[in-house]
Design a protein around this ligand. Structure first.
Ligand code: COS
Length: 377
């Protein structure tokens, strides 16, 4: 790790322990997202980390961005998830947007004054994303959207929504991406999900009823929306891996601290081999996951979109986070199961990461597809 990365992580550690830790427990209970925390993260340059400086970004590498997300996730994955989803949309605007779109949407997002959401999933199109039904019909000067999207992170908070809608044939080739603004006529919010974890970050339905969007709100080419979404998810899956590393690191830290302090049978429970073997496995699996996520991010920095590695890194790191956080609860025993210690929250949050940005079963589907391609080459 170089000095620059060290400084970045020190600054984030200070921020999260001073600004997030003191209220994280009550905010999770009350489902309270603090916009002032997000804005401050923006002022420090963390809400447009990989975006060009000319649009207000920090122009960091994808690897540094992932390191920062890991550090932030050690306090709560909620703000890190908000940043990672918003950054996914910002990145697509930067790659596929017109100059006008970049000028309009990116600066407030990079400065942390606004948040963006990614809207792909629907009630009957989750893993099978290409079967989505939300429609966009051509009308003079623009498009009319009808339908609804489910499980949208930051919905209600976000000002910009990247919405994948059907403009043509069934399947992946008939989908186009639209940039929809909060407050557009015909755009409304549905139910706010009551979740097992990550409660600071809202997850909500969004609804379109004859919602008009103009031609200049189309992102990229007509019919290429599915490809854009998949490209975003390749990046998103690595960032989910980075969050999983943060959860695992925190769970291991808490387990070590507790096992060295807790006395049973006349000695710290750390001295029992049963506990030592659990801790040794936790550290080993964490390190394996970290290396995979780091390598997946490095490939992106080398401008190589490695679909296989992105999915494998997401799969390995999030399954590992589930195992490590579960073991952490076990090591802390009775108190681990209470809200007095953070490990039960880490365990609930880890579950979300096995599901978002494509379930871990879908990651295996993606991996198998890539294996098939490699074999045919
Ligand atoms: N990266 C880049 N392009 C991809 C891709 C990826 N990971 N996966 C698919 N594509 C492209 C294909 O190359 C193909 O492009 P062309 O038509 O230009 O050749 C197109 O997308 C269609 O691909 P495919 O035929 O494989 O689509 P499927 O309908 O079979 O879907 C899966 C493939 C299952 C992998 C996809 O639907 C998926 O990832 N589902 C999970 C969705 C998800 O992660 N949801 C999370 C909610 S968003 S938080």
């Amino acid at each position: 790790m170089d000095t620059y990365q060290d400084e970045l992580l020190q600054q984030l550690k200070k921020f999260r322990t001073q600004k997030i830790d003191p209220t994280v427990l009550q905010d999770e209970e009350k489902e309270q997202f603090r916009m002032e925390i997000f804005r401050e993260l923006g002022q420090l340059g963390y809400t447009g980390m990989v975006l060009p400086e000319r649009y207000g970004g920090a122009e960091l590498s994808f690897s540094d961005y992932c390191l920062a997300l890991t550090e932030l996730a050690k306090s709560s994955i909620a703000y890190a998830v908000t940043i990672s989803v918003s950054t996914m949309v910002q990145t697509l605007i930067n790659i596929y947007g017109t100059e006008e779109q970049k000028q309009k949407y990116l600066p407030p997002l990079c400065r942390g004054e606004e948040i963006a959401s990614f809207a792909l999933s629907e009630s009957s199109a989750g893993s099978d994303a290409a079967s989505l039904k939300t429609s966009a019909k051509k009308v003079p000067g623009g498009w009319t959207l009808n339908g609804s999207k489910l499980w949208i992170s930051s919905a209600g908070l976000s000002k910009t929504y990247l919405v994948m809608a059907r403009t043509g044939e069934s399947g992946p080739k008939g989908i186009t991406a639209f940039l929809v603004r909060d407050g557009a006529p015909g755009f409304s919010y549905g139910k706010n999900e009551k979740k097992m974890g990550v409660r600071i970050s809202p997850t909500r339905e969004i609804i379109f009823q004859n919602c008009f969007v103009s031609d200049d709100q189309v992102l990229g080419q007509i019919g290429r929306g599915f490809n854009l979404a998949m490209e975003a998810l390749n990046r998103g899956r690595i960032t989910v891996g980075a969050l999983a590393i943060g959860l695992s690191e925190r769970a291991l830290e808490e387990s070590l601290k507790y096992s060295m302090g807790r006395q049973q049978f006349g000695k710290p429970i750390f001295e029992f081999q049963g506990i030592q073997f659990m801790l040794a496995n936790m550290r080993t699996e964490l390190e394996a996951s970290r290396l995979m996520v780091r390598e997946a991010a490095r490939q992106f920095d080398l401008k190589k979109q490695d679909i296989l590695l992105a999915s494998m890194a997401k799969l390995k790191s999030t399954d590992t986070a589930m195992q490590i956080t579960t073991d952490a609860v076990q090591i802390l025993g009775g108190v681990g199961y209470t809200m007095e210690y953070p490990v039960e929250r880490l365990m609930r949050d880890a579950k979300a990461l096995q599901i978002v940005e494509g379930t871990n079963q879908i990651q295996r589907v993606v991996i198998a597809k890539q294996l098939e391609k490699e074999t045919q080459m």
